[in-house]
Each structure stands twice: as C-alpha cells, then as structure tokens.
Write a protein that binds this ligand. Structure first.
Ligand SMILES: [Zn+2]
Length: 411
C-alpha cells in the first residue's frame, strides 16, 4: 500500500483555505468560523470513507475505521487543526492529513484490520483562545475537568465553558468520553519538527524518543527607583543591571553547566516605571527551562536561584521567583518506537532517533497509552509563522511511514 502525495498536498492546501484572517499566514483558532468550516469539510471526508464520526464535548473529533475484532482496543492516529495567530499551514495539519491519508489508503485497499483505527483531531492544542495549551487532549485524559474549563477564559473574558456551549457542545457530559489506561492500544502522531535538527543532520525522518518537560518561572528583581542624573553609580541598587547579570548567568548555566539537551530562554521582560531618565524600581522577566531529563531542569533551577542569591547580596536588590507552569519530560513507549523504527527504515535510510523540544498532544496521551511520534523536517527550523515549510516529498515519506506503523499495530 502506498500513500498518494498529490492528494496529501491537495488536502494540506484545502486546510490552508480555512483561515480567519488574511493578514499573513494561518489564523485558525478552535471554535472559530474557519475551524468550524474545516471540521465540517474533514467530517464529510470521514463519512465518505465510511468512518464512524463522534465529537466529544470539548470538540475532539474521533472517526473510527472499524476492525474485525471489536473486543480489541483501537489504535489512534492524528494531531490538531487549530493554529497560532499568523501561523503556518503545516503545524498539526501534516499529522491530520497524514492520518486521513492512512485511512483513505486502507479503505481503497479494502483493508480489514483486526483492530479498529481511529483518526483523532484534538481541539485547542495551541492555547490560542485561553492561553493554556492542549485543552482538548488534557480534557480527554481527565487532566482538566468541566469545572476547570469554567476558569479558562479568553483575553476578552469569555469563558471556555461559554464558548463550548455556543458551539453546541455540552462540557457537562465530558466524563462519559474521558479515556483511561486500558482503553487505547496505542497512539501515533506525525508532526513537523519545528526545529532545525533534522535539517542540520540531513535526515528526512525523525523517530521521537522523548518529549521535553518544561518549567516556566517569573523573576522579579526589586531595587530602588531614583533620578538617572542625580544618583551616583556607587549609591544605586539598580534592578535592571542586576537582571542583566542574572540573564547572562542563565544563558551560561544552560549552555555549559547542565546537559547538552538543556535549554533556557528569557523571552519576556518589563520594568517599572520604564522611563529613559529613571533608574527602574522593579524588573520582571520570565525564564522557560526545558529538558528531556527532569533532574536537569531541577539542577538548572537550583543553579539559577543560587546565582540570584549572590547577585542579590552583591547588588543589594531583592530577587523573587515564582513558578508559573511546569510539565514533566515524557519518554515515548519503546514498543511503539520499535514499530516506528521498522516503519521509517523500510521507507528510507535517512532517519534518526531524536527528542522533541516542543510539547504535543501525544505527550498528554502518553499518560493513558503507548505513544509514538514521527517528525518530518521544518525548512530553516521555522514554525508558528507564515514561513513554515516542509518539502512535499518529506511529508509524503512521513505519511508512508505512518501508514506502515499503523498497519503493523492494527493487523
Ligand atoms: Zn502542532
């Protein structure tokens, strides 16, 4: 059985046509107009393929290709169709179209698998509406309850619950849809890498072995605000200079003192009063620390806080840390990795085992089932912007590997 590259690219282009903005790239938020149109189009194709379609109360879609033995657990395959604002046309979509292609090819070949195979589309993966990522998959595994959804809201204060109800969904019924260990045989997700490793290593496919965990912290440095002209240098407690030294230390710690896989980023910074002629009184910035080893994340945090203590004493400023979010690293199932390795190596010699720096729905699903992921290269490592691109021949190769992996697991 072979995938059809032309059909794959046509479907990717068709998804790109469902777009809420024409100001560059793709803006398709879950529960918006373009999302609704894209879902209707996708579900129509599923029905033509004679799949049984269900939509759960947060909007996750499951479309089942029935297997011969209904007593066996199904294999799930899929990704997400929502995007960030002004994002690219491949993030999520490659995995969704890949899964659609797997089921299309199986139907064309009158495939009769022992296990059912289900296309799964996770809702609200990007966190574009509520600032929280993977709301669909988190709810599906019971990590978020209907009550939690009440507390999620958009920038303009509409709650998640309100938006779901407006879309005709009934979140109160979610408990009937929550998946537990023992419900699903395995889950596979094909995704663009969103990084530059495959391109640098000149490989066309990646077999993911671990998904990085992450800790996000907010750091507040408090000093003494004063006149920029009248305060001599030796009499200052300048939180901006202290923050600058600490930020340089953060880079040095992640680059040289933990693991090669450790990354740390200061991506957001603000100060008060933020005036050219005033020594600031307070500087606040964030640190995003990621690694595939939890221990390395903790070591990085410990080294950063000890540097902060030193700076705080030397410069007579106060430095406070607050954790604003964290997730643990995830090791993907060795059993499914073996299946995926067999699949990729029978399609191409150009593949490697690698880690994912970005978090995916598959990481959530790993708490209830065995999960595998296949990466295809992102040209220039670019993602979450309109320049996102993956070569069609690499996409088709990823889809072919996905087809082989799914069929091995369900036959
Ligand atoms: Zn994605």
């Amino acid at each position: 059985m072979n995938v059809n590259r032309e059909r794959i690219m046509q479907r990717i282009d068709a998804f790109a046509g469902f777009n809420d903005n024409d100001d560059g790239g793709i803006s398709r938020f879950s529960y918006g107009r373009a999302d609704a149109d894209a879902r209707a189009w996708l579900m129509q194709i599923c029905r033509e393929l004679k799949l049984q379609v269900t939509v759960d109360p947060v909007g996750n879609i499951r479309a089942c290709y029935e297997g011969v033995d209904s007593s066996l657990m199904p294999v799930l395959v899929g990704s997400h169709i929502d995007s960030v604002r002004n994002g690219g046309k491949y993030d999520g979509i490659v995995g969704v179209v890949g899964a659609m292609e797997v089921l299309t090819v199986m139907r064309e070949n009158n495939c009769l698998p022992r296990r059912s195979v289900e296309l799964i589309i996770f809702a609200e993966e990007e966190g574009s509406n509520f600032g929280t990522t993977m709301v669909g998959s988190k709810t599906l595994i019971g990590k978020l309850s209907a009550d939690d959804l009440r507390h999620l809201h958009t920038e303009d204060k509409r709650t998640c619950l309100e938006i779901l109800e407006k879309s005709g969904l009934d979140p109160g019924k979610m408990k009937d849809f929550v998946l537990k260990p023992g419900d699903i045989e395995a889950m596979l997700e094909l995704h663009i890498e969103q990084g530059i490793v495959l391109e640098q290593e000149k490989k066309r496919l990646g077999v993911v072995q671990a998904i990085a965990g992450m800790t996000t912290m907010e750091v507040t440095v408090c000093g003494t605000s004063n006149h920029a002209g009248a305060t001599p240098m030796y009499l200052r407690n300048d939180p901006m200079s202290a923050a600058a030294v600490l930020i340089e230390d953060i880079e040095d710690i992640a680059a040289n003192h933990v693991l090669e896989s450790t990354v740390a980023t200061v991506g957001s910074i603000s100060c008060r009063p933020n005036m050219p002629n005033v020594i600031p009184g307070e500087v606040t910035f964030t640190i995003d620390i990621r690694d595939i080893e939890q221990d390395a994340i903790e070591k990085t945090v410990a080294q950063i806080t000890s540097c902060a203590e030193k700076i705080s004493q030397e410069r007579k400023v106060m430095i406070r840390f607050r954790t604003i979010g964290s997730s643990k690293p995830i090791r993907l199932s060795p059993r499914i990795m073996d299946t995926v390795k067999r699949a990729v190596s029978s399609c191409s010699d150009s593949w490697m085992v690698m880690n994912s720096g970005a978090v995916h729905d598959a990481a959530m699903m790993a708490s209830i089932t065995d999960v595998g992921m296949i990466f295809v290269p992102s040209v220039g490592g670019k993602s979450h912007n309109p320049e996102e691109y993956t070569d069609p021949s690499d996409i088709a190769l990823g889809c072919q590997a996905l087809l082989l992996a799914v069929t091995e697991l369900c036959v």
